[in-house]
Design a protein around this ligand. Structure first.
Ligand SMILES: Cc1cc2nc3c(=O)[nH]c(=O)nc-3n(C[C@H](O)[C@H](O)[C@H](O)COP(=O)(O)OP(=O)(O)OC[C@H]3O[C@@H](n4cnc5c(N)ncnc54)[C@H](O)[C@@H]3O)c2cc1C
Length: 452
């Protein structure tokens, strides 16, 4: 019986530091290349972009290897519901191997990529190397603290499952501590949540936290004066949801304020320590839970690549989605900087851009292999939306601008469609129905060790 070589064998056969073999002889020793002899496409990242590359290449005459530092695909648009105790982390993530095993030409390897040797066409993971013929970099984004280490140390981010769980744990721990805190000033700080950044993540978080406190924690903690609990949404500019039309910004703001969220516009943060947020105008708020939702940049991997970058450390690419001097290397999604959106801005860091870039990159890889001209990336803008609590959202798509209940129904519908996995859809729908009718949040658990 012919046995399939494993990817792990391949990793051990190509150590970077000690390798003196040429690329050609190493490729001969590379079990995956040898089996098919087909071009190998390595995709870094099993996110929205990376998965669409693999899906589009599934029937092509190539071998695809998808790498990710996690063994799952994360559905980040619902991450805020993990942080606010509405959903279990497992219901918004799906095993990458389970997604990719249906593509016969595709393998998955859990590996953190630390760099790329573009000359020798090797993807580096620790002290190991993986050869590629075509490379797609789709490692997504990271929190941007603009070099402020105190900000990074004393705020909670919202970029992955770990961070969302840490935030949920933190808020619930703060309420537990408030119960036994005799000092009223300290108690008020424990009950104060500050969210910095009035984009969709900050808006969705603040609405969901306000409801968690009002509907659930109020009943869980009858010994606390819940009127002391505050949710503040702090934004440096003069508006929230800056990318939305003005009428939707206004209705989102009104709705949040009605829910009890205190919105501070035109308020830039100067410093954050473990107990206090200091604003540039000199005012301060005592808070033990501060969320940083005001800065995003390309994945840290970019710093190791030595490539030209644009705003937010995103890698500059051509309209064909590859590097100007390395046509075989494509960069897509949040990692990529390409102007052309709405009259020349960079394409936004949203899932639709990543998915559509993934498909175009796959098409262009096949064009390169077959010697055809490459296609230019054209974006079909499917609009944007954000929820504001349990019955309202803002929705701006295909010329339709909605706010309130029907926008929320649209939001629910679209998120369920894009969520991967039947089980996850079922679990999320059941949870939403349960939360909606009972006003409860089932996942208000404090798990794992406290963040240092
Ligand atoms: C909280 C939150 C809410 C959001 N809400 C929305 C929304 O409502 N609508 C919307 O359109 N967009 C939303 N986005 C943005 C959207 O999720 C991203 O634009 C999209 O995920 C980008 O796709 P990507 O493939 O570039 O990156 P991702 O989907 O983030 O995938 C990147 C993958 O690369 C992996 N990776 C990173 N570094 C490495 C490494 N060094 N080695 C190996 N693997 C690595 C990661 O583990 C990850 O699986 C949201 C993002 C967040 C964080």
């Amino acid at each position: 019986m012919k046995t399939m070589p494993t990817i792990d064998q391949n990793l051990t056969e190509a150590p970077v530091a000690t390798s003196t073999t040429s690329l050609a002889s190493r490729a001969e020793n590379d079990p995956i290349s040898r089996t098919g002899g087909r071009p190998r496409v390595v995709v870094v990242g099993a996110g929205f972009g990376g998965l669409h590359v693999a899906a589009k290449l599934a029937r092509a005459d190539v071998d695809v290897l998808v790498l990710d530092r996690n063994n799952y695909h994360g559905f980040w648009p619902l991450l805020y519901q993990v942080a606010t105790a509405g959903l279990d982390p497992a219901s918004i993530a799906y095993p990458a191997r389970a997604i990719l095993r249906k593509y016969p030409n595709t393998q998955f390897l859990m590996a953190e990529v630390s760099g790329v040797d573009f000359e020798r066409k090797l993807v580096l993971s620790g002290d190991k190397a993986l050869p590629y013929d075509y490379l797609v970099l789709a490692a997504g984004s990271a929190n941007n603290y603009f070099g402020d280490t105190a900000l990074a140390a004393h705020t909670f981010g919202m970029k992955d499952l770990d961070e969302a769980e840490q935030l949920r744990n933190q808020l619930l721990r703060a309420f537990e501590r408030a119960v036994v805190e005799p000092d009223p000033v300290r108690r008020a700080a424990l009950l104060t949540l500050v969210i910095i950044g009035g984009g969709p993540t900050g808006v969705e978080l603040s609405g969901a936290f306000a409801e968690l406190i009002r509907h659930v924690l109020r009943k869980d903690y009858p010994m606390l004066d819940i009127a002391q609990a505050r949710v503040l949404l702090v934004e440096a500019s003069d508006r929230i949801l800056a990318s939305f039309p003005e009428q939707l910004q206004r209705s989102a703001r009104k709705r949040l304020e009605k829910m009890g969220v205190e919105i501070k516009l035109g308020t830039a943060v100067a410093a954050v320590d473990g107990d206090t947020v200091t604003f540039k105008d000199g005012t301060q708020i005592n808070s033990s839970t501060v969320v940083w939702a005001a800065g995003v940049r390309a994945a840290e991997l970019v710093d190791a690549l030595g490539l030209a970058v644009g705003r937010s450390a995103r890698v500059k690419i051509t309209p064909k989605l590859n590097l100007p001097d390395r046509p075989e290397v494509f960069v897509i999604g949040d990692m990529a900087y390409l102007e052309g959106y709405k009259g020349g801005q960079a394409y936004p860091m949203v899932a639709q851009v990543a998915m559509q870039m993934g498909k175009q990159a796959a098409r262009n890889i096949l064009a390169l292999i077959e010697g055809r001209p490459l296609g230019t990336f054209h974006y079909l803008d499917k609009g944007q939306m954000a929820t504001i609590g349990r019955r309202a959202a803002v929705f701006d798509a295909f010329g339709i601008r909605l706010s309130g209940f029907f926008a929320w129904i649209g939001w629910l519908f679209i998120h369920i469609i894009y969520l991967i996995g039947f089980r996850n859809r079922l679990v999320v729908l059941t949870n939403w129905a349960y939360n909606y009718f009972t006003y409860d949040r089932a996942v208000r658990l404090i798990t794992g060790a406290e963040r240092e």
